[in-house]
Ligand binder design. Structure first.
Ligand code: CA
Length: 223
């Protein structure tokens, strides 16, 4: 899953990004409100962590403009200001959660996971497709209760597929989920990950189906 982190305090941005990447997420990091607004308008994120005090455009304004575009992704606001009126203001603008600085990285990570679980998995702790089970708490896939060993790229592709049951995902949509802003997004690489995933899923009553020219879909095999 790909998320956006917007924080102008560089050491804090770096440590938060590292913690979230350690949890297996693809994280884009931006440091000002204008860049954040553009990225939120053009990229497909599963969640945003948004600082309130940002150069060029503050976090409240970024949030308001993003919601005005009809974007419903979960947004966790970060702020140094602990005042109730700021918290209420953020929530009124459509923030989903709020964390006051200073905070523990483990708390931020737990809240991000909770928001993702609510939005991406519709509140379920687990997502299932035939014998394949995805646990968002541990971020692990298992097949017949055996943990499936995946690289982080393979993991991102499979997460994107299992989060959208019955929907075809194009190579470009998958690449958007797998590669960050500073990486070369390659639709060809997606073919390689799909090939490897197919090998790992082989013979387990779940498969990735190709729709030529359209993309891929994950489905349970019934026989
Ligand atoms: Ca700030």
């Amino acid at each position: 899953m790909r998320i956006l982190l917007v924080e102008d305090h560089l050491p804090l941005a770096e440590s938060v990004a590292q913690a979230l990447r350690g949890a297996g997420l693809t994280v884009d990091v931006l440091h000002d409100g204008v860049a954040a607004e553009h990225a939120l308008a053009s990229e497909d994120y599963s969640l945003a962590v948004l600082d309130v005090g940002l150069p060029r455009l503050d976090g409240f304004e970024v949030l308001a403009r993003t919601r005005a575009r009809g974007k419903v992704l979960p947004v966790l606001m970060l702020t140094a200001r602990g005042e109730v009126k700021d918290r209420v203001h953020g929530l009124n603008l459509g923030a989903d959660d709020y964390l006051a600085k200073p905070f523990e990285l483990t708390e931020l990570e737990a809240r991000v996971k909770a928001l993702l679980r609510r939005s991406v998995l519709g509140g379920e702790a687990q997502q299932r497709c035939g014998a394949l089970v995805y646990d968002l708490g541990t971020r692990r896939f298992s097949l017949h209760e055996q943990v499936l060993s995946l690289t982080s790229r393979e993991q991102s592709v499979l997460e994107a597929l299992i989060a959208r049951p019955g929907r075809v995902m194009s190579k470009e949509q998958l690449a958007d989920q797998v590669f960050g802003l500073d990486e070369e997004a390659s639709a060809d690489a997606i073919e390689i990950y799909i090939h490897r995933l197919r090998k790992k899923l082989e013979g387990n009553a779940v498969r990735i189906v190709t729709f030529r020219g359209l993309g891929y879909l994950l489905e349970a095999v019934s026989d």
